[in-house]
Design a protein around this ligand. Structure first.
Ligand SMILES: [Mg+2]
Length: 268
């Protein structure tokens, strides 16, 4: 079934009447507009206000994000919410940090990798510690190709080979070699929060894993709906993974307001 624009909350009645109800949301591009410099992205005050009020009405709000837990919490600033951060590696439940299974040993390994790759810093490589992983950014290096080669050269010589190595835009990232993505995160959070209904919202490729997990949960009797946030950069695979679409972060604000009204909150 093709995704249809959501203009009315009525089609979500089955999900909205399930208790406990979960609201599972991505952060970047969903609650916060995409900006040139990711470190400057902020959740809109309206999104934060609505999410906070939803938690007050008993809705189990969960943030499912690629950001580190520390950054995700500082962006959303709602401690009552659950967080599945770093693509399912780091969690926050009831004020406590938890890790995905198998991740703990990597936290010590990161220290070793950092010690073994200190010489990279002089080559204008920015080393970012990401919880149980590490990212080497070479965007600022004068010779990007040389910087990339230097990083990759350092990898097999060090503890780095214990990690999954992946490349992104001017970044080489080491992630723990454990099975984790937004799909494993969604299943774990749904289980821990005991939700019987889930409204899931996301805007990007990695959110497809979350939407597929919601589909699986539906086959286990949990009510679920999947909403894509449209932008100029929407990828086709996102649209084939959802039931509904909304337009941009403003569309998400509208949706959150409608959900709040439906669960008995005062009209925002
Ligand atoms: Mg996103």
């Amino acid at each position: 079934m093709a995704a249809v624009p959501l203009t009315d909350i009525e089609p979500l009645q089955n999900v909205l009447s399930a208790r406990p109800l979960g609201l599972f949301s991505d952060i970047d591009g969903t609650l916060s507009p995409i900006v040139e410099r990711p470190e400057e992205a902020t959740v809109t005050p309206r999104c934060r206000n609505l999410l906070k009020r939803l938690t007050g009405e008993g809705v189990r709000v969960a943030l499912i994000t690629g950001r580190t837990l520390e950054v995700a919490r500082s962006m959303v600033k709602i401690d009552e919410a659950a967080y599945a951060a770093n693509h399912g590696l780091e969690y926050w439940f009831k004020g406590r940090v938890e890790w995905a299974e198998g991740v703990d040993e990597y936290r010590a390994l990161v220290e070793q990798v950092l010690a073994e790759t200190t010489q990279l810093e002089v080559a204008d490589v920015q080393v970012e510690r990401k919880g149980p992983g590490v990212a080497f950014h070479y965007r600022r290096a004068p010779d990007a190709e040389a910087a990339r080669a230097a990083i990759l050269h350092a990898m097999p010589l060090s503890t780095a080979r214990r990690f999954n190595v992946s490349e992104g835009r001017k970044v080489i990232e080491l992630r723990p070699d454990v099975q984790a993505n937004k799909g494993t995160a969604t299943r774990l959070v749904a289980d821990r929060l005991g939700v019987r209904g889930i409204i899931s919202v996301g805007d990007d490729r990695t959110d497809v894993d979350m939407f597929e997990a919601v589909s699986d949960l539906r086959s286990r009797g949990i009510e679920g709906c999947r909403v894509a946030v449209l932008s100029a950069e929407t990828v086709p695979e996102l649209l084939s993974a959802v039931d509904y679409t909304v337009e941009g972060v403003e569309g998400v604000e509208w949706l959150l307001g409608e959900v709040l009204k439906a669960v008995g909150g005062k009209s925002p």
